[in-house]
Design a binder for this molecule. Structure first.
Ligand code: GDP
Length: 296
């Protein structure tokens, strides 16, 4: 289950407050100490945890409790609201260009799920009556082009590729002309992954970016990598200026550290989450629903 371990620990920490008719500052302190530990164990960024606990405490101590809630319920409500805020408050939607096509640049490390997610996104857009085009710009691994073609076939979305002899910048530019000619209103460019942040490949994606001026620059991150994912996001954001994150493999993430830290560290929203290997396992990300799910 998503965030199972974090969820259990938070529920246990806050559950102790639930029945209490009156809360002392010490009760809140003790509970917050447990919440702090639970968040740190979930691999949430240290500073994010510190600010979070401070905000909850400030609101919980010395404030008037609403009549309809017990003090314990009130603290849980505050934690829920602060968790929601941490993840970005409201759902962040994709932005579309006022005159099509909308160009979406996909970026990320190898293995994060970029190619799969490009296919998932194409399917999601197709269901919204868009006419997406997938573009294969990873010229370093012939298998990558093939993989995108297979994904495209499965979601019944055309794939534009020019083999592995041309530069990714030229392929990206040509794909936009092709898309315009064929009535594609969204162009999803799959780029070469990298094992680690790599200067050459980073320069390449910056060049593609400058050549096609994308409306969305989505960074695909593997939720299971926790704070590493957050560090990757920080670097990509500084170099490339991302517009949002797609957090994959959330279905296997019991901890939740990346989901809870990304927004606060990068100030960029999580737009979608990957919830499985199937091509329809992509969901828009709703911070409020996620907070409620964590608190049970
Ligand atoms: P890329 O190297 O970034 O293009 O990554 P791929 O798209 O090849 O994906 C790497 C692996 O992660 C594949 O086995 C995918 O099936 C798997 N994967 C991608 N997204 C998800 C997800 O949301 N959940 C799960 N469980 N697996 C995923």
């Amino acid at each position: 289950m998503v965030f199972e371990s974090l969820s259990e620990k938070l529920q246990s920490a806050l559950g102790k407050l639930k029945g209490k008719g009156k809360l002392s500052e010490k009760d809140v302190d003790l509970a917050m100490r447990e919440v702090r530990l639970a968040l740190l164990e979930a691999d949430v960024n240290f500073k994010v945890v510190k600010d979070f606990i401070k905000n909850v405490k400030e609101r919980a101590i010395g404030s008037e409790v609403m009549e309809s809630l017990t003090p314990g319920q009130y603290v849980i409500k505050i934690v829920n609201e602060e968790l929601t805020k941490l993840m970005g408050e409201s759902q962040a939607k994709l932005t579309f260009a006022s005159s099509p096509p909308t160009v979406i640049l996909m970026s990320g490390l190898q293995g994060a799920g970029k190619t799969t997610t490009a296919g998932k996104l194409a399917l999601h857009l197709k269901k919204q009556n868009k006419r997406p085009l997938l573009v294969a710009c990873d010229v370093y691994r012939p298998a990558a082009i093939k993989q995108l073609e297979v994904v495209g076939e499965r979601v019944e979305v055309p794939v534009f590729s020019m083999g592995d002899k041309l530069s990714p910048v030229d392929i990206a530019k040509a794909s936009i002309e092709h898309g315009k000619k064929h009535g594609n209103d969204v162009i999803i460019i799959d780029t070469a992954g990298r094992l680690h942040i790599d200067e050459d490949l980073m320069n390449e994606i910056v060049n593609i970016h400058d050549a096609v001026n994308p409306k969305e620059v989505l960074l695909v991150l593997d939720a299971m990598t926790g704070q590493d994912a957050v560090n990757v996001a920080d670097t990509f954001n500084q170099r490339l200026g991302i517009t949002g994150v797609i957090l994959t493999k959330l279905d296997g993430d019991a901890r939740g550290g990346a989901a809870l830290s990304l927004r606060a560290v990068t100030n960029k929203p999580i737009k979608f989450v990957g919830m499985g290997e199937k091509l329809d396992d992509l969901e828009p990300f709703y911070p409020d629903r996620m907070a409620s799910r964590i608190l049970g």
